[in-house]
Write a protein that binds this ligand. Structure first.
Ligand SMILES: Cc1ncc(COP(=O)(O)O)c(C=O)c1O
Length: 278
């Protein structure tokens, strides 16, 4: 009999259009790729004895990691506080609260570096457990061992010429491309980030001045910056094909269309679309 957490991973890979294959991460338990990251970081922390029932986990996230951590914390009995930028969608906040997580909402400009610094101090004092998806190697390992490996199997021997993925923590693109490069040495890896000053929920621009330590830029051949408008265009186009996904999925898809890539292109659709309907 399957357990709840067994429903994480093994998501379908769909041929959205001829030669464009998308890994449908919205099929995970809480509807996003971050179930994989959250579970791998929690299981690692448990193995290392960092986590015991009753302990307080605090994590900064643009939402999806928070939702995934809230679901797993509910199952395992951990207390969770999620630090999120004010602009995070109401639907995501409600999901975290419904699973029993706490929310600490901060101004967008304080998000990430100052919070990461503060939480590291708190963890040193033994006040909290800070899993830190921006620096936690399990956020790469799970995509190398699972997401990337699943893609190789699901392509059933077909060549992969391009892998296109959005940049957030960098866990997805770093882990998956490491695996794909082992099988397809000539593959081109393309990262997608929002244009400076624009917002595509789930994605972050390196031009904001913060490069997550787990993001291996040596593995990426090209980084494309996309307008928020283009991410909505891609999302709406996919919805008209019956695929309701989030804005970062719209962004990677529209990037593939704009670049008019030739050959087999694999991408990741990180989450479902219901949480972005304004
Ligand atoms: C919706 C969405 N898309 C894409 C990403 C980027 O994934 P990664 O953090 O692995 O770079 C995230 C991460 O927060 C996300 O929430």
């Amino acid at each position: 009999m399957k357990q709840l957490l067994d429903l994480i991973g093994n998501t379908p890979l769909l041929e959205i259009e001829p030669n464009i294959f998308a890994k449908m991460e919205g099929f995970n338990l809480t509807g996003s790729i971050k179930d994989r990251t959250a579970l791998s970081m929690i299981e690692d922390a448990e193995k290392k004895g960092r986590l015991k029932p009753g302990v307080s986990i605090v994590e900064p996230t643009s939402g999806n990691t928070g939702i995934a951590l809230a679901m797993i914390s509910a199952i395992k009995g951990y207390e969770l506080s999620v630090v999120i930028p004010q602009s995070t969608s109401e639907e995501k906040k409600k999901m975290i609260l419904t699973y029993g997580g706490r929310i600490i909402s901060i101004p967008d400009e304080r998000f990430r570096e100052p919070v990461i610094k503060e939480l590291k101090e708190k963890e040193k004092l033994g006040e909290i457990v800070f899993l830190n998806q921006y620096e936690n190697e399990n956020n790469v390992k799970v995509h190398y061992e699972k997401t990337g490996e699943e893609i190789v199997k699901q392509m059933e021997g077909k060549q992969i010429d391009y892998f296109v993925a959005g940049l957030g923590t960098g866990g997805t693109i770093t882990g998956v491309s490491k695996k794909l490069k082992e099988h397809f040495p000539n593959i081109k890896i393309i990262g997608v980030e929002p244009k400076k000053g624009e917002k595509i929920e789930g994605l972050k621009s390196l031009k904001d001045g913060y490069t997550p330590p787990i993001l291996n830029l040596n593995q990426i051949d090209e980084i494309i910056d996309l307008s928020a408008e283009d991410s909505v265009k891609g999302r709406n186009y996919l919805a008209k094909k019956g695929i309701l996904v989030g804005l970062s999925s719209g962004a990677v898809f529209q990037t593939i269309k704009n670049l008019n890539l030739k050959g087999n292109v694999v991408t990741i659709f990180p989450d479902r679309g219901e949480r972005y309907l304004k």
